[in-house]
Design a protein around this ligand. Structure first.
Ligand code: FAD
Ligand code: NAI
Length: 475
């Protein structure tokens, strides 16, 4: 007799493991199946985010930033660093330890919340609204049943035709986090979030980084003013960013890789790199789910088709995270996981897509929530804008990091905050205030009247809110 559960979650990334924990908290007998395997053959739950995404990339961003500061920025503080050296193996080892701590943390949380964990690959066998049978293929094979199934199988890096990832020379995010020696010349195709974050890591560590982007605009989803400022700063740091390129043949020579491309003026180039990161977006992972067996519908782009509540076309089958429409972000996956578990319990789980924050962890960081100025213009919304530069913020000056600004966009009539955009130090932390404010439908005036600690970077947020009505005090 197969093991029976109220809820079976397929996938143990941020969408899946959080959904499983919330379902268990709500009193359901819950199983979570995850296939990710560490180098010792053991389980490594946490998905892309923990193993080859959010966590390891932030570990390397931090290490590389320390290295860069020690090389340049510390001198301004009167700190002389002599004999500065780099131990890439140790840096990668530290990153691996942090990943392992997170994997172990999730296994601990499963135990604490009485979630039954299966290490293996889950696929549909058969199903009806009463119970679905899921085959788990791991060290042992078994079949379990669930009254509700939550699919949270995530996404994989998209490859360019003719340039398969070998993770030695042509790298996805996985290989980009494991480069054993700083490459002299690093090519990056795609100036999106991964391209800029990973390009920053290896540039700081000494690589000459060339970014090749198909679109003529830099970071098109970001507020134009913020993107322009970020572009200026990244170029000053030494990132070579080439927009409007057309990638041609890519030849993997084993020890190096040649990228043929046409630039925005039509000139042809043949660039040779020691390593090439391809970061041109990600595709939903429905491989091996056997979705056809139960008639689970995908949309035209290969994502599992869901409605606004993450319901699929099958009764009691739900899907969350990167495998469904919407931003591919860990916190979006988590929110959907919680909402689905609560909906299964008959509650009213809700995810507000208008207040999902975005962060790009470059230096300076870029963070935003809500609509950009170009979107408001396109939508014909009457708005007011206020900006405040970190140059005029005392804490930023003390930190020695005065690049960037905070920008507020508020409704011209009601003053409701419509978007907040930041490029600058600790933007990832500062954006939370804006998210909270927008969730509570606050006005720019609300933020402008709230007492912010001095000296703090958050005063720039208050000042940008004041600037909406042209009454900023320190600029
Ligand atoms: P995933 O994390 O991909 O997890 C899916 C899990 O399901 C995996 O463990 C997979 O092995 C497993 N699985 C798949 N199929 C099966 C099956 N049939 N049976 C069993 N298990 C299966 N987002 C942020 O919000 N902040 C960041 O800073 C950030 N940084 C990133 C950096 C990089 C380099 C990358 C690549 C991504 C980053 N992301 C970041 C995006 C984030 O990682 C994803 O949005 C998030 O991991 C999606 O969670 P998920 O649970 O939907 O899927
Ligand atoms: P992306 O969508 O952020 O950027 C891809 C870029 O590649 C785009 O600018 C696109 O125009 C360009 N591109 C596409 N095809 C191309 C081609 N043929 N030639 C040249 N350029 C091309 O995707 P990316 O960077 O791969 O990241 C995937 C997702 O992972 C992100 O969208 C994000 O959701 C998530 N992520 C989030 C992070 C964060 O929250 N800090 C960090 C890293 C990833």
């Amino acid at each position: 007799m197969s093991k029976q559960f109220d809820v079976v979650v397929i996938g143990g990334g941020p969408g899946g493991y959080i959904a499983a924990i919330r379902a268990a908290q709500l009193g359901f007998s819950t199983a979570c199946i995850d296939a990710w395997t560490n180098e010792k053959g053991g389980p490594a739950p946490g998905g892309t985010c923990t193993n080859v995404g959010c966590i390891p990339s932030k570990a390397l961003l931090q290490s590389s930033e320390h290295y860069e500061h020690a090389g340049h920025a510390f001198a301004d503080h009167g700190i002389n660093v002599q004999g500065l050296g780099l131990d890439v193996a140790k840096m990668l080892g530290r990153k691996n330890t942090i990943v392992k701590q997170n994997n172990d943390g999730i296994l601990f949380l499963f135990k604490k919340n009485k979630v039954t964990f299966f290490h293996g690959h889950g696929s549909f066998v058969k199903g009806d609204a009463g119970a679905y049978e899921i085959k788990v293929a791991g060290k042992m094979e078994e079949t379990i049943t669930g009254k509700h199934i939550i699919v949270a199988t995530g996404s994989n890096a998209r490859a360019l035709p003719g340039a398969a990832f070998d993770e030695t020379t042509i790298l996805s995010n996985d290989g980009a986090l494991k480069i054993a020696e700083v490459p002299k010349k690093l090519g990056v195709i795609g100036a999106g979030v991964i391209g800029l974050e990973m390009g920053s890591v290896w540039r700081r560590l000494g690589a000459e980084v060339t970014v090749l982007e198909a679109l003529p605009t830099f970071l098109g989803a970001v507020d134009e003013q913020i993107a322009k400022e970020a572009h200026k700063l990244f170029v000053k740091q030494g990132l070579s960013i080439n927009l409007g390129v057309k990638i041609g043949e890519i030849v993997n020579g084993g020890k190096d890789v040649t990228v043929n491309y046409t630039d925005d003026k039509g000139a042809e180039h043949k660039a040779v790199f020691d390593k090439l990161i391809i970061s041109i977006g990600r595709t939903p992972n429905t491989n091996g789910l056997n979705a056809e067996a139960v008639g689970l519908q995908l949309d035209e782009r290969g994502f599992i088709a869901v409605d606004g509540d993450c319901k699929t076309n099958l009764a009691n089958v739900w899907a969350v995270g990167d495998v469904v429409r919407g931003p591919m972000l860990a916190h979006k996956a988590e929110e959907e996981g919680v909402a689905v578990a609560e909906r299964i319990a008959g509650q009213h789980g809700h995810v507000n897509f208008n207040t999902i924050p975005w962060v790009i962890y470059t230096s300076p960081e870029i963070a935003w929530v809500g609509r950009t100025e170009q979107q408001l213009k396109a939508d014909g919304v009457a708005y007011k804008a206020g900006t405040f530069p970190f140059m005029a913020n005392g804490r930023a000056r003390a930190l020695g990091d005065t690049s960037g600004m905070v920008k507020f966009l508020a409704d011209a009539t009601t003053d409701e905050i419509l978007g907040v955009h930041i490029v600058g130090p600790m933007a990832s932390e500062l954006i939370s205030e804006a998210v909270v404010a927008m969730e509570f439908k606050a006005s720019a005036e609300d933020i402008a009247r709230i007492c912010h600690a001095h000296p703090s970077l958050s005063e720039a947020t208050k000042e940008a809110a004041l600037a909406v009505d042209k009454r900023s005090l320190n600029f």
